[in-house]
Write a protein that binds this ligand. Structure first.
Ligand SMILES: N[C@@H](CCC(=O)N[C@@H](CSCc1ccc([N+](=O)[O-])cc1)C(=O)NCC(=O)O)C(=O)O
Length: 214
């Protein structure tokens, strides 16, 4: 049974924004039971965890004879082993893989940078200007994504690509930017109504509820 790692006390306070949510969701979509090892920030930097995740982060996944890090790679591995998350048709599957990389390499970078500008660069003289520039880059990507989605429910048929894309987009919650794109906002809402999403979300939120008070 896969053993994944997650924050013992997540800074997202149960909002499901930490990247173990992607793994939980993929495992729930494929009906795979899994175990979770909760780790503290300090434990992530210790040799035992660094062996699994050289950058001292979560999530990781250990299963039988292999261990993995990088949430996108773990989701890809789950999708490869269980049919529900990849189309069977070669061309559509290839496009789903492109969309997985697009989520992480094209859409996610400005969204992660926005969090950095907001929280790490708070108070810097350049913050407001930089935030406006990063928001414009995000809007460009959301315009393009909205145009692609159009009236479709998913990027193609629901796949591992939607798990990554929706989780990437959820980092914008509270920024107001998503509200400017009803097509994208509806896409996220549709995903969060999936039973597998709900099971994954509740599981990670329960961790936060049980976490020792910080
Ligand atoms: N590329 C790696 C990145 C993993 C990563 O960023 N892990 C973060 C947690 S998920 C990122 C995250 C953290 C917090 C929120 N939040 O909303 O509070 C959202 C997302 C981590 O371990 N951080 C601790 C450290 O770097 O020391 C992957 O996709 O697996």
């Amino acid at each position: 049974m896969p053993m994944i790692t997650a924050f013992e006390t997540s800074p997202d306070r149960g909002a499901g924004l930490a990247r173990d949510m992607r793994i939980r969701w993929a495992l729930e979509e494929t009906g795979q039971p899994y175990d979770v090892r909760l780790v503290t920030f300090e434990e992530m930097k210790e040799p035992a965890h660094l062996k699994l995740q050289p950058f001292g982060q979560i999530p990781t996944s250990e299963d039988d004879d292999l261990s993995m890090f990088e949430s996108g790679a773990i989701v890809f591995h789950i999708a490869e082993r269980h049919g529900e998350l990849f189309p069977t048709d070669k061309a559509t599957r290839a496009k789903a893989i492109s969309w997985m990389f697009a989520a992480l390499n094209t859409v996610e970078p400005p969204i992660v940078e926005r969090a950095y500008v907001r929280y790490i660069e708070a108070g810097k003289s350049w913050q407001a200007e930089r935030l406006a520039m990063v928001d414009e880059r995000i809007r460009t990507r959301l315009d393009q994504l909205a145009a692609t989605l159009g009236k479709s429910e998913w990027l193609q048929a629901f796949s591992a690509a939607d798990i990554l894309m929706v989780h990437v987009l959820r980092r914008l919650e509270g920024s107001g930017i998503i509200d400017e794109y009803p097509v994208v906002s509806d896409y996220i809402t549709r995903a969060s109504e999936r039973p597998a999403y709900k099971r994954a979300f509740e599981a990670q939120r329960d961790v936060s509820r049980k976490a020792p008070s910080a």
